[in-house]
Write a protein of this length. Sequence first.
Length: 488
Amino acid sequence: MSIITKATGKAIGASLDRLDGPEKVSGTARYAYEHHFENAAYLSPVGATVAKGRVTQIDASEAEALPGVIAVITNETAPKLADTSDRELAVLQSDEVAYRGQYVAAVVAETFEVARHAASLVRVSYDEEPQDAELRWDRDDLYAPEVVNPAFPTDTEEGDFDGAFASSAVTLDETYTTPTEHNNPMEPHTTVAIWEGGDLTLYDSTQGVHAVRKTVAGVFGLDRERVRVVAPFVGGGFGSKGLPHANTILAALAAQMVEGIPIKFALTRQQMFTGVGYRTPTIQRVRLGADEDGHLTATAHDVVEQTARIKEFAEQTAVATRTMYATQTRRTTHRLAALDVPVPSWMRAPGEAPGMFALESAMDELATKLASTPSSSEFATSPNSTRRRGSRTPAATSSPACARERDASAGRGATRARALARKDGGSSGPAWLPRRIPSSGCRGRGRGFATRKTDAMQWRSGPWTSAPAHGRPSLRYPQTHSASPSRR
């Protein structure tokens, strides 16, 4: 059944029918693993048990002898990829082991249970090497990346911070640490891969079908039109499904070896802790200087965080500090330690989550030194937005009245320094960066109507419901639940 919804009047505060609701509550919404194929096979990976070294031998005889096993894939039997420049995605292309849990083999079998049992029977021998996985502030091999995620300057300097800090009436110099955090959405990372006649179809649990299509096509040396990605529903991601990881490539590799047989690959909960990203741990030094009235005179936020030795990811931890508070001088820096660990990646509010924790903790401690109250010191902002130099988006505004109401109800006492807004109607608060989601095409329908194809997987507030309510006169709920790029 096809349903058309039309937005009438304002969307905010209106009761909108969730077009995806009936399928979700009835259990008929098909997530990636739930696409049914009569002749499907199942994949289970073998993860490295050492953190660094090389595979010297793989004994798969027990696994291959198990009834129902179709293939055991190793770096010696796997198809060669067209592009291995992204070492995270260069799955089974060499004997190198870069981190514990990295895929060193995989089993394809007729059932999930047989595949998983067979994977446990694969014996791998290693030439183990000394590994380094310790993040410290005083490492002598820390380096500055070219940019931090996604393309922010690594360091910034406004004015003479050292001089302003030294002459400030009140100062704070503290170091804060945040731990590794794993995304672990309810639906694990899952891919169903099918090769047919040189075309690759992926039913993938992803937050962006276009990113998967582009990346997979490049890795396998395919024209993008030969890669189709289907993802009508996704059961959470927290950023970890924003980019394809090694699991998607492994599923496609396996499907290439048994062309015509759909390969189903869902990570176990244990496997979610390696290979699909995580938030990097951080060490953050925050220095604040203020005059006796609580005006910030100096702000510095220096960050040390880890990345993987095989692929760089630099979380933009100190970027929020560049816009949050008015200050006479400001410095922010990022330094990375390349370690023998899995590759970190996006996680909910990348950069802002760990960075704001450190900055706001420091502001609270500075407020204690100043003996100020939130109602007198909370951001003296105007509702006008402002664009920071080099920033594409305006900072959010905040309300002093709301801050006073919050403080009165919470009774927090002296918790925040008197940070004044920028002189020219500035404002404070974290900013959310908009991103352009690509379209697969736009076709005129006549009478002033056009059809636009884009990725619209159902995740949290469904786009099939919300799009008509935000400036779109109508939206047709598809009969076939596909949000994949179209083929020409």
